[in-house]
Design a protein around this ligand. Sequence first.
Ligand code: CP
Length: 310
Amino acid sequence: MANTSIVSINDLTKAEILDLLDLASYFEKHTNSKILDGRVVATLFFEPSTRTRLSFETAASRLGARVIGFSDPSATSTSKGETLKDTIKMVSNYADVIVMRHYLEGAARYASEVTDVPIINAGDGAHQHPSQTMLDLYSIFKTQGRLDDITVTMVGDLKYGRTVHSLLMALSHFRVKFNFVACDELRMPKEFRDFCDANGIEYKESKDFSPEIINESDIIYMTRVQRERFTDLLEYERVKDLYNLNAAMLENSKPTVKVLHPLPRVGEISQDVDDSPKAYYFQQAKNGLYARQALICRVLGIDPRKDNND
Ligand code: CP
């Protein structure tokens, strides 16, 4: 069987992304099913996580699968020097799907090359976070009713934020205008700006999170400054508090605008935004359950819609 791993959002065509969104919508209506009865899903988290791990594990449980894995690699034989290759080969003996988060960019791709068991990348360094992207797309589609003809403003750590890198690539399939709001140190990397230039994708860069930018946005995607990726912590201290969104700043924004954040937030969104109908980050995280159910089924080649017409 061909390896069906999802390591990067670039592994998926536009048609495949749309089909996964449709499958996520199916699971929102049919969250509890036993279609994975007898299957085992492994979650290997070499980096901390709350949402991604717990929503993957909930997704697998609600599909009827058993879950094995770890959230603390120091309690595994990795701490005795076992290599990633050997760890993946061992877990492949036990599980039908491996969900993995790792601090090294490229770790998920490497894992997919040493096993036939499908790997779902749950975040690799500053590189990609494709399951987050699927729930982000699902959230945008649910709230805007479309993925075309929208303005998406990405704010904060555009350099190290793997979620914005994956989301940009996914949205490149649609007619989207971007605002990239970041300081020089955290600017959207050149490879992504070059990609936009080469593909006729409209974007503006700004250091100022201005009212004009907020008021023209359909989606405001706030991000946390990724402390764990900095080699110079003094630089982190200089840039960590540059961008904050509060309720007053949304006063003249579009009635339909939604504020997203992959979470966890540190100081990027004031708590007074939480009660606004424009805040969507907690529902966004809930959508992760349905998007991840869709991803697990896809890598296993299981489609419950074939037997169910609603
Ligand atoms: N959005 C996200 O990846 O959250 P966690 O780090 O809590 O999994």
